[in-house]
Design a protein. Sequence first.
Length: 90
Amino acid sequence: MDTATAETFALQALAYFVSDEGILRGFLGQTGASVDDLRSGAGNPEFLAGVLDFLLEQDQRLMAFCEQAGVTPEQAQSARAALPGAPLPM
């Protein structure tokens, strides 16, 4: 997956977070981000990588997002791999 597609994928995940108050609270609490940071971070690849890290961290959250968005967990993993800070393949 290319970087632009990965960023779009992460923005879709961020929109999902915003649509669910519990998930949004968890994301803000874990990252220390504010609602204002969501706006400014939406254009930052490192911030978007953090969005996908949070998404991938919990299977239940990942599967709910995938079902709602019509995507697969593998697509989420590919998106994360295309953004900064992803682990190097072995």
